[in-house]
Design a protein around this ligand. Sequence first.
Ligand code: PBG
Length: 326
Amino acid sequence: MHFDRPRRNRKHPAIRSLVRETRLWKASLIQPLFVWEGGECLAVGSMPGIKKLSVKGLVQECGDLVQLGCLAVAIFPSVAWERKDARGSCSLDSDNILFTAVQAVKKSFPGLMVIADVALDPYTDHGHDGIVDSKGHVDNDASVEALCKLAVAEAGIGVDIVAPSDMMDGRVGAIRGALDNAGFQEVSILSYAVKYASAYYNPFRDAVGSGGNLSLLDKKSYQMDPANVREAIREALLDVQEGADMLMVKPAGPYLDIIRVVREQTLLPLAAYQTSGEYAQIHAAAQLGWLNYKQTRDEALLAIRRAGADLILTYFAREIAETSSS
Ligand code: PBG
């Protein structure tokens, strides 16, 4: 007579490693980076260790990441307030800081995959991802038109993967069409297919200055209701149909059930975005001495992989790459 002893598989670090089901590879981590027009690099208060980089600082940072074996970065612009307007027109200016930054990075590191958001929020004075009409509604179809132009402009300056993060209806198909018409058949689309109207984005909005009055910015008419699961499947399947190359769920940690269900219902590579708020939470608790920083960080990332994400956008990417050999 014996009873099951699952602990045998945990008795030694080597055995634990042999039977481990999920791993964090640096090849699956993507570092988000912020760039601005200034000549120096500025710390982002609510994101310890993260800076708004000058173009020179960004290129240096990308050099370090390449050395460390990172394969991709997502670059976000922090645009000077004076340039912004209600329509986000400066997104198409030839001196858009995002374009300058991407060109500089691709020139130095052509093999590093550069991802850029397609959304208007860094460029609009109200902070919405699209164009707001006279009644205060975010106008879906006018926004999609503007997003197509931005996607084509990004492709033109060398972005490898455009990432529509706006949650307008029909934008993935429209962007695919616009890219193909402009001769950018090889440019990929990573769709923020399932993006929730979440409270976890505030530190990011501090960093890019897209918050306006943060407490007033309400994206619930286009980003998803955190209460919904079936709707996530619907959004994901639509983006598959419309021609996305990869899907994303965002936020990640509080939405592991969503990552799992999208993984099970679709075939495309799946990314998850561990948001600025998730990053800030871990740092804040660690600073207070309430959580162990490294253990919590690694567990949070592993859980996102275990839920089914192939790729993770995470502000911890560089640190993990620094400490892991594969
Ligand atoms: C812009 C965008 C946001 C994030 C990524 N792209 C903010 C938002 O939708 O308001 C959030 C990233 C993060 O919190 O780390 N559309």
